[in-house]
Design a protein around this ligand. Structure first.
Ligand SMILES: CCC[C@@](C)(CCO)SC[C@H](N)C(=O)NCC(=O)O
Length: 483
């Protein structure tokens, strides 16, 4: 048993390995959200002001594709971990790619360096993010009821990074974008060094196994697949790019289709695989409603940085408290609430022990709160009239509610994935979990244009109501899903 090789105490009552994984993920998210906080400005600022001079719509589309691709590439990262070099080495290689990607942005360069950086960070995040989450599951013995609490603490590391770095990098951007990107590169470097130094002592054997190694003939088969796939893509691009057929809209549509197609194919492949036992098959079926619930949840949560960001800018009375509030400050509410509430949930799950709600019930609570977070936003429009500016506290309440939902669903979803994944696909199933976010962002890319001042009540009411209905259905079928 892998967990037996890990010291089971030493980090707030949790296995010592959680210290290593907490800070590795902290620094990776520090670098990612710091870079993302200034990237859109870097893309559309004039070249004379240090930017790339792209148009705003193009910059925003690239941001949404980027956000989906870093989650989608987890499929490759998970496959490599399950079949070639295990999750621990995947985390290390991922960190190196991410660091190089931020260095590519730190060096003053033009569009080429930007795309090189994007490729490096997409590959690196796909290698690091799902696999570091999988290792968290490995350090707890089977049936250990500290698991959800452990993932809540891990999730706090993610949001500490997400909260701190935009503040630092956002300041440095005033001097130079490349300085901000340089800080992101240093952050990932610190995370890598810390992972390397402490993993032996704190993680033991966790992450060192290759669950389902490629046989020699499979190596040949996959070698041919990869060469053929690379050739086909290369030729397709060589034919399409000169004809101007490769457009951003086409990429957004392609990523959108993949966001739905890949998870569907994965469920079928895993369910029918001879390596999946019948017990694992039934757990896979139980995972499908949780996956759908996650897509619904992330569709609402991710609108916190798009639709609600615009609501903060256009529909909120930013001088309600006598001084001017920057609309950008609302983006820090989500990670700030998570940092303050994650320890409460970690304590609550441990205190409730075996009496804590089942995983499907936690998901249904998550959907209820996410739905409520959208319903409260339509209230002021009803009370004060469609054109009256809204008191900022309504927005604060909305972010608070969606964070309560996030803490019932997101860390719990990471934990559930480590327990519901078929052994031969453990890392790949974790990358599937992140695809629920990519699918949600792909759906959002199509529906957010329906949000206009006239449709405001209908928009928030329909989406919020749908989330609540799905939450109630999930609560009712929960007893059948618990294995
Ligand atoms: C800087 C704020 C970004 C933020 C709002 C992400 C966008 O949804 S905060 C991060 C978010 N609560 C989160 O933990 N996402 C999961 C993850 O990054 O693994």
């Amino acid at each position: 048993e892998i967990a037996a090789s890990v010291p089971q105490r030493g980090f707030f009552g949790h296995p010592k390995g959680l210290f290593t994984l907490f800070f590795t993920e902290f620094w990776e998210r520090f670098s990612y959200y710091g870079m993302r906080a200034i990237l859109v400005f870097y893309m559309y600022y004039e070249v004379k002001n240090g930017g790339l001079g792209l148009s705003e719509p193009l910059a925003l589309s690239i941001m949404s594709i980027y956000g989906s691709l870093v989650y989608m590439s987890g499929i490759i990262g998970g496959w490599l971990a399950d079949r070639v070099f295990g999750t621990s080495r995947a985390v290390f290689f991922g960190g190196v790619f991410i660091m190089l990607g931020h260095i590519a942005l730190a060096i003053p360069g033009q569009l080429t360096m930007f795309f090189i950086s994007m490729v490096l960070i997409v590959i690196g995040t796909g290698l690091l993010k799902p696999n570091v989450s999988t290792i968290v599951g490995d350090i707890y013995p089977e049936g250990d009821n500290r698991l959800d609490a452990g993932f809540s603490i891990f999730y706090m590391g993610i949001n500490l990074g997400a909260f701190i770095s935009p503040l630092i990098v956002g300041e440095l951007m005033k001097k130079s974008f490349h300085l901000g990107f340089g800080v992101a590169a240093v952050g990932m470097f610190i995370g890598l060094v810390l992972f390397l130094i402490t993993k032996k002592k704190n993680l033991g054997l966790a992450g060192t196994q290759v669950p389902n190694p490629l046989s020699s003939e499979e190596k040949k088969k996959w070698g041919i697949y990869i060469v053929v796939a690379a050739a086909v893509i290369g030729i397709a691009l060589a034919v399409m790019i000169p004809r101007g057929w490769v457009t951003i809209e086409g990429m957004v549509a392609l990523v959108g289709v993949l966001g739905i197609l890949i998870p569907t194919i994965y469920f079928i492949v895993m369910y029918r695989s001879p390596k999946t036992t019948s017990a694992e098959q039934s757990r896979l079926l139980a995972y499908i409603p949780l996956f759908i619930a996650a897509v619904m949840f992330w569709a609402i949560q991710e609108q916190g940085s798009t639709i609600l960001a615009r609501f903060a800018d256009k529909r909120t009375d930013l001088d309600a408290f006598g001084f001017h509030i920057s609309p950008a400050w609302f983006q820090s509410l989500n990670p700030l609430f998570i940092i303050t509430l994650a320890p409460v949930f970690a304590w609550l799950w441990v205190k409730l022990g075996d009496r804590q709600p089942s995983i499907p019930k936690k998901f249904s609570i998550g959907l209820l709160f996410a739905g409520l977070s959208f319903l409260v936003i339509l209230l002021p429009g009803q009370l004060g009239g469609a054109d009256a500016l809204v008191n900022p506290l309504w927005l604060v309440l909305s972010y608070f509610l969606v964070v309560v939902g996030e803490l019932c669903l997101s860390p719990v979803g990471l934990a559930a994935t480590t327990r519901l994944a078929p052994a031969a696909f453990s890392a790949q199933t974790m990358s599937l979990w992140f695809l629920s976010n990519a699918a949600a962002q792909a759906i959002n890319a199509q529906i957010v244009k329906l949000n206009t001042p006239e449709t405001e009540t209908l928009y928030f009411g329909t989406i919020g109501g749908l989330s609540i209905v799905l939450g109630i259905i999930l609560f009712l079928v929960a007893p059948k899903l618990v294995r």
